[in-house]
Design a binder for this molecule. Structure first.
Ligand SMILES: N[C@@H](CCC(=O)N[C@@H](CS)C(=O)NCC(=O)O)C(=O)O
Length: 81
């Protein structure tokens, strides 16, 4: 199960759209930027830059590389079937 930490924002939507389009199962953890939750220590442990989106255990620095990684991952799965 993938864990996405995100909020309603352009970069956040990139990640949720990619997950939905690729039919990947995930759990969404809402990080409320307006309430400063992206500056809390538990979130900074996931991303020291304090930016969403974060896909836990994915070494992706931006939402674009995150989406590319998801796509590559599903392509591999399709290839293995
Ligand atoms: N290059 C990063 C940018 C991420 C980014 O700037 N996210 C914004 C929301 S769209 C954010 O977390 N802003 C909070 C802040 O800068 O304090 C990506 O594409 O993921």
């Amino acid at each position: 199960m993938l864990h996405l930490y995100s909020d309603s924002s352009p970069n956040g939507f990139k990640a949720t759209i990619a997950l939905e389009e690729l039919s990947l199962p995930y759990q969404l953890h809402h990080v409320r930027i307006d309430e400063g939750e992206h500056r809390r220590s538990d979130f900074l442990a996931l991303n020291p830059h304090g930016r969403i989106p974060v896909l836990k255990d994915c070494v992706c620095l931006t939402s674009c590389t995150m989406c590319a990684s998801m796509r590559a991952s599903t392509a591999d799965q399709t290839f293995l079937r």
